[in-house]
Design a protein around this ligand. Structure first.
Ligand SMILES: *[C@@H]1O[C@H](CO)[C@@H](O)[C@H](O)[C@H]1NC(C)=O
Length: 480
């Protein structure tokens, strides 16, 4: 019976996994920069992207060849308006209308343009004229979209540098530069009214460059570290990405816009630099990007935005060989121009555990040699030692708050209620989520509080999981 039970259990897990795999990647995007003279043709790039779990592409401009090549791929496209066009867009609604007519209408909807970024890091240049024109330019682009019956279907936003923040540590004290607060308030009102995201470029890489202690590197790379306590909230941050994003969250909240969504328009780490540059290496770049992808896929979120992943556009698709500055500036590419990976960060569809049940996304064809998920050594997700009860409780709350996850066995009267400790209950819940969401390493992340183990901490309760699944879903074979 146990064997049969277990195989039904595995089958059901693979069903859940299919659903999770299909919906859990929408937050992974990539920046397609073109300051280069050696890029592969857009058609080859479109194929490359389709072989990955990347769902969103951000262009800095609106190259029609790229937009066309991405038609009917299902990949969402963010297009960009040049900073130089902002004054004309702001003063002339017809300029905005013409921009939409020539850069959006010919391609939409087969090319899934979902966002127009008006300008890029406008606030970095200190050009007051450009800064004051930004909001009216965005408003005119939005009006032009409404006139073309695309209002709300395509959002209008802009991308901000982290330097917009006057203060970012600790994260709860995040606040904007007061000299810009009128302008920022106007932009946030626009985001709030139109449902468009507030976009920001956090780079833990730059934070490390200004503080090169080993513990800072570990904090930036999502590696084991002591964490940093935010004394105002008593939240212990375990990585720089969460800390930077939550600093932005606090700044936005302090202006009263709790509902405005944050999108990470750029983040990344260079894999190569000059001899005198500290930080760039294949090892560090792979650790940062790979661990961030795992962190996003875990759906743990940040301490101030738990249970969901911030849409994140990685920087970048390819190296841009014509960029000025140190070697690192030309070495952010996740892919080489021959379409091979610079290093593996687990974005390829074929490296994922392939669903065995009928997939809701028919374009994802299971590989012929993909095995059934099988119980193997190291197959249990357990809390790391030394993790605080507060963190375990957060994990427990998160897992048991998920739809379709049944935590009744660890509630009073449940089979796994005893021992009644946070550690035991969290251990059960974290493993339950890991088992039912694909058993990928990134399903056992929990903001770096979990690890894979070959030792099942609560064996009797694992069978209980199978029973619960069976009772919930039912089975045609009632004889077991
Ligand atoms: C944000 O938008 C909502 C709905 O449109 C509105 O009720 C609310 O007052 C706005 N918030 C701010 C701070 O303007």
């Amino acid at each position: 019976m146990a064997v049969l039970l277990y195989s039904v259990y595995l089958l059901l897990l693979s069903l859940f996994q299919t659903v999770n795999t299909a919906k859990s990647q929408s937050f992974i995007g990539i920046n397609y920069g073109q300051v280069a003279d050696n890029l592969p043709p857009p058609s080859a790039t479109a194929k490359l992207l389709q072989s990955t779990t990347i769902q969103k592409v951000r262009l800095y401009g609106s190259d029609p060849d790229i937009i066309k090549a991405l038609a009917n791929t299902g990949i969402e496209i963010a297009v960009g308006v040049a900073n130089g066009d902002i004054p004309a867009l702001a003063s002339d609604p017809n300029f905005a209308k013409n921009w939409i007519n020539s850069n959006v209408l010919p391609f939409y909807p087969s090319s899934k343009i979902s966002l127009i970024n008006v300008g890029n890091e406008v606030f970095i240049f200190g050009d007051r004229n450009l800064m004051t024109n930004l909001l009216p330019a965005m408003q005119n682009v939005d009006k032009a979209l409404q006139e073309a019956s695309l209002g709300g279907k395509i959002k209008v936003s802009t991308v901000h540098p982290m330097t917009l923040l006057k203060q970012s540590e600790p994260p709860s004290s995040g606040s904007f530069d007061p000299s810009l607060s009128d302008l920022i308030k106007g932009l946030l009102e626009f985001n709030n009214a139109t449902g468009s995201p507030f976009q920001i470029n956090p780079y833990p890489y730059f934070a490390y460059r200004s503080d090169t202690r080993p513990e800072t590197l570990a904090f930036c790379l999502f590696q084991p570290n002591a964490g940093r306590l935010d004394g105002n909230t008593n939240i212990k941050y375990m990585n720089m990405f969460d800390a930077q994003v939550d600093a932005v969250r606090s700044a936005i909240n302090s202006m009263g816009f709790k509902n405005v969504e944050i999108v990470v328009a750029e983040t990344g780490w260079p894999y190569k630099g000059d001899g005198d540059e500290v930080g760039p290496s294949v090892e560090n770049a792979k650790a940062y990007n790979g661990n961030l992808i795992a962190h996003l896929r875990s759906m743990v979120g940040t301490p101030l935005m738990p249970g969901k992943s911030v849409d994140t556009y990685f920087f970048a698709l390819y190296d841009e060989d014509l960029k000025p500055g140190p070697t690192s500036e030309r070495s952010f590419g996740l892919f080489k121009t021959d379409l091979s990976s610079t290093y593996d960060v687990g974005l390829s569809k074929s490296t994922e555990t392939t669903p065995t049940a009928p997939s809701p996304k028919p374009s994802v064809t299971p590989l012929p040699n993909s095995p059934l998920p099988s119980p193997k050594k190291g197959a249990w997700c357990v809390p790391k030692s030394g993790v605080s009860d507060a963190q375990l409780q957060a994990n427990l709350d998160y897992v048991c708050g998920q739809q379709g996850v049944d935590c009744s066995p660890i509630q009073p009267g449940g089979t796994c209620f005893e021992p009644n400790t946070v550690a035991s209950h969290a251990s059960y819940a974290m493993n339950l989520l890991y088992q039912s969401s694909g058993k990928n390493p990134w399903n056992c992340d929990f903001s770096q509080t979990a690890t894979l183990s070959s030792i099942n901490p609560i064996l009797s309760c694992i069978l209980q999981v199978a029973m619960v699944v069976l009772i919930l879903v039912g089975t045609p074979d009632r004889t077991i």
